[in-house]
Every structure is written in C-alpha cells, then in structure tokens.
Design a protein around this ligand. Structure first.
Ligand SMILES: Cc1cc2nc3c(=O)[nH]c(=O)nc-3n(C[C@H](O)[C@H](O)[C@H](O)COP(=O)(O)OP(=O)(O)OC[C@H]3O[C@@H](n4cnc5c(N)ncnc54)[C@H](O)[C@@H]3O)c2cc1C
Length: 312
C-alpha cells in the first residue's frame, strides 16, 4: 500500500524529510505558506539586487549533510564563499530548490488545522480541507516548522508535546541595502559582540550579489524592537550601520525584514519527535539546533525512523 505523507514546511528540515521519505518508498507532498521554498534559506529580489536576507551561509560537520552539499556543489547550486562556509546559487533559496529536486511542493498553502481521522491525516487552511491524493487523507503527517508555529497547529488536533514548550528562538531584524557602486567595506563579514548590531555582511563577493549589504541586529535589540514599524527600523538600522562601518554613501534601496524565529537559543535537545501512535513526526532546527545542518539532520533522521516504523 502507498504510504502518503503530508510535510508542512518546505525549509531544510521539511526538504530533508521529503528526500529521505521519497527514497524510502513514501509519497511525500510538501506544503508551504510562502510562494517559494527554503524558509530561512531565503532570497529577496528587488529590481536590481538579490539579497540573502535570512541565513547568510552555513557549514557541514556531519557526513550526511556534507553528501548533500557535495551534490549541490556539483550541480552548481552551491558555492564556497571566500568569507567562510557555503552559500546557495543564485541565492540561498537556490540551494533549497535544488535540494528539493522533483519533490511535490505546494506553495501558498498555510496550514492552520490538522485532524487525524480513521482514514488518516487531513490538513486544512483557512478556507477548508486541503485535498490529498488518493483517499483524501495522508498516512502520516510531518510538521517541519519552528516549534512556536507547530504548537497552535497541533492544538487543533488536541495534541500537546511538552518538549516543544521549552524551546527558545532569538528574533532577528535584518536590513537589506542596495548600492549602485559596491561599497568598499573592510571585511565581507563583520561581527559585533556588543551593541545593537550583530553582523554586517558585504555580499559583493557572493556571485550575483554585487552592491548588496545585509545587516543583522542582535537578539537583544531585535527583541526590544520586535513590534516596531519596519520603515522606522530600516531608518534606525541604516544609521547604526553607517556609524559602525564609517560608510556615508546613501543606499539606493533599503528594506527591513523581521524574523520572529531566526536562531535557536535553547533547543529541545532531541533529534526529532516521532509519535508512532498518531503517525506524527516533528522536525526542525528547534530539535537539536541551531542552524541549517541541525534542521537537515532532524528531518533526515525523522524520515529514517518513520521508514523503519513502517517497515519500508
Ligand atoms: C537572520 C538569520 C541568520 C541565520 N544565520 C545562520 C547561520 O549563520 N548559519 C546557520 O546554519 N543557520 C543560520 N540561520 C538559521 C537557519 O536558517 C535555520 O536554522 C534553518 O534554515 C531552519 O530550517 P527549518 O527547516 O527548521 O525551518 P524554516 O527554514 O523556518 O522552514 C519552515 C518553513 O515552514 C513554512 N511555514 C511556517 N508556518 C507554516 C504553515 N502554517 N503552513 C505551511 N508552511 C508554513 C515557512 O514558510 C518555512 O518555509 C539563520 C537564520 C536567520 C533568519
């Protein structure tokens, strides 16, 4: 019998789960609320510029993740960045798209409720039930989202997972700046241990991102200013950037983005969660993060456990 699985979230954790489940004989369908895929492996395009406004780069320490990076590199969807680590091509989301390959991904599908019926899992957005292939229900459900976004969805099925409640995410306000002439900053990535800013990333050395700078505010400043208007944040962060970098040139483009759940500060210290009784899997960087590699391993290892449980 075909094992179908709905994977909610097409970031690195959901993609890793989908790849492994597909390899093990399942039929996965990924759903994501965004138009594109990759989650925090994100790329923002403006008329002239392309920004990696989420994760700026990542590294592999585990052979399983390294094997994926090697294959992406081989397919030119990954580039080794002179400043350190790997970056997606043509932007960070390019690496996610290449990793997803031929997996079925349904975008602009924000799942708000889930229900386990005698036929399997049904999922719904605000407008009602999202149809599944076959009998209209999925054999298993995977939620590959930041844990604060998993909890309200599980609540609709009267399921509470205590381990999720202890996870802490740091938010991050990011500022994207586009310059007609690439600015001459001292270093591709400047880090700050104190003060409002955490990183200034000169993306000029990244192929196709000449003239772009991305600034990350620190966790404390981002928390204090989380609910402020993004235009005000952009103006204030620009002034902070100019003071820190000494660059007086006005950018031709500026925009701020708020990541409510950017980086894991305290994880659940588990590889993933698999509830065999409900055929329910949970994965993401919250499990054993922080970082992209942790998200990958969580999804990958959850899929292996699910396949063993299903004798696939
Ligand atoms: C500013 C910033 C800097 C970072 N720096 C680094 C770094 O230097 N190195 C590093 O390794 N990592 C870094 N990270 C963290 C890294 O990006 C994440 O750990 C990793 O990408 C998480 O992957 P994930 O699949 O667990 O979650 P996500 O990438 O968040 O994927 C979750 C997906 O679920 C979707 N979704 C959410 N709710 C719903 C819903 N209700 N229905 C359908 N879809 C939904 C989202 O659209 C998203 O695509 C950074 C992140 C940010 C934001």
């Amino acid at each position: 019998m075909t094992k179908t699985v709905a994977i909610i979230g097409a970031g690195m954790a959901g993609i890793a789960a989908g790849r492994q489940l597909h390899a093990n004989g399942w039929t996965p369908t990924l759903f994501d609320k965004s138009r594109g895929i990759g989650g925090r492996l994100a790329t923002r395009r403006s008329d002239h510029w392309r920004f990696d406004h989420g994760c700026p780069h990542f590294i592999a320490t585990d052979d399983r993740f390294q094997a994926l990076l090697d294959s992406l590199h081989h397919r030119r969807s990954l580039h080794i960045w002179a400043a350190g680590g790997s970056i997606g091509q043509p932007g960070m989301s390019g690496a996610a798209r290449a990793a997803a390959g031929d997996l079925t991904v349904i975008g602009q599908a924000e799942v708000t409720a889930v229900k386990k019926t005698s036929c399997g899992w049904r999922i719904a957005d605000r407008d009602g039930v999202i149809e599944a292939p076959g009998n209209g229900a999925f054999s298993a459900l995977v939620l590959a989202l930041p844990s604060p976004q998993i909890m309200p969805i599980l609540k609709t099925a009267d399921i509470t997972i205590p381990a999720l409640q202890n996870v802490v995410y740091a938010p991050c306000w990011t500022l994207m700046l586009g310059f007609e002439t690439a600015p001459d900053l001292a270093t591709p990535m400047q880090r700050f241990d104190h003060g409002p800013l955490e990183k200034i990333i000169d993306e000029t050395d990244k192929p196709g991102r000449a003239g772009t700078v991305v600034v990350h505010a620190g966790a404390a400043w981002s928390r204090q200013n989380l609910e402020r208007d993004k235009e005000d944040i952009a103006a204030e962060m620009l002034a902070l950037f100019q003071a820190a970098s000494g660059l007086g040139t006005a950018p031709s483009y500026k925009s701020a983005h708020r990541w409510r759940y950017a980086n894991v500060e305290r994880s659940a210290a588990v590889p993933f969660i698999w509830d065999a009784a409900h055929s329910l899997g949970l994965a993401g960087d919250w499990a054993n993060g922080p970082g992209v590699e942790a998200a990958f391993l969580s999804g990958h290892d959850l899929a292996a456990e699910m396949s063993a449980a299903a004798n696939l």
